[in-house]
Design a binder for this molecule. Sequence first.
Ligand code: ASP
Length: 360
Amino acid sequence: MKHGTTEQGSPKILLIYTGGTIGMIEDPLTGALRAFDFTYLLDQIPELQRFGFEISSIQFDPPIDSSAITLDIWLQLASTIEEHYNTYDGFVVLHGTDTMAYTASALSFLLEGLDKPVIFTGSQLPIGRLRTDGKENLITAVQIAAERTPEGLPMVPEVCIYFDTHLLRANRTIKCSADLFEAFASYNYPSLANAGIHINYQEMYIHRTSQDAQKKLRVSKTMDPNVVVLRLFPGIPQEVVQTILAIPSLHGVILETYGSGNATTEPWFLDLLAQAIKRGIIIVNVTQCLSGTVDMSRYDTGIRLGQIGVISGADMTTECALTKLMFLLGKGLCYEEIAQQMQRPICGELTLTPNTTTHK
Ligand code: ASP
């Protein structure tokens, strides 16, 4: 379904409504929140028309709660942006908050060569509620998607999340609160912009390629779902690790370790990991801490993981490392190539330090 407001020469923005609280209303019978027709959303924010932008919208049919998101939907979303890429100056994706950090991270990898803004937003309270945070989030996200530099280039040619006054690089975000309006955080990379009376862009943190680079959008069509997140905890049973690593279709593991990348050095644990790596399973070390980086050279426990071939995920979030691995495996690259690319930034998702490149 498409709605449009048009005015010649003004920025063209495509709103893609996938679902989530922002477009939900209360069911009069049960009181539960359910998705409503997107027309309702635009009706709720007539202010959007005052920008004078050309705003069109597409709605997922049916809109989904983001906890039901799938890899197919990520690929579909990327294809939708590809299909409309040349017609619009910027894209705003309305998405449920629960898995927004995953979807936005995935899109940052799928949309290679992106040079237009793709701004994700949503809300903690439905748009129809008096105290909704959805209006400000949506209005500012649209403004950011349309913003240009004095040279007429897109101000933020990246996949981002805009939420509660902060513009964050998508693949650096996590959902950090189930009920605060400040629902997203980026602990390892600064905000790209902060919105108060003015929207203050932090230009030094925004990734922009040179004008001569002539980038062309390339959109990946496959991702590999055969990946698991294994979060360590004290006393994790051998059987649990063994069973997970023995999954026949398994291609990759995001290993959530302690602190700067430490794990138990019990022989059974290291042996199981070493055997899995020998079978070609990629194991990436990310920290359970909210901020900071994996540094496998810091403690003996980390060194031992590096020695058996565990790859450092540096300061990537779990959401980012997981989607990046699905993306790289989906490209059908060989083990060494994936190991290398997991340790290098593709689109600003990790910080290189002297100690982050530890393997291969
Ligand atoms: N469960 C909702 C979703 O993620 C929550 C939200 O939108 O904030 O779709």
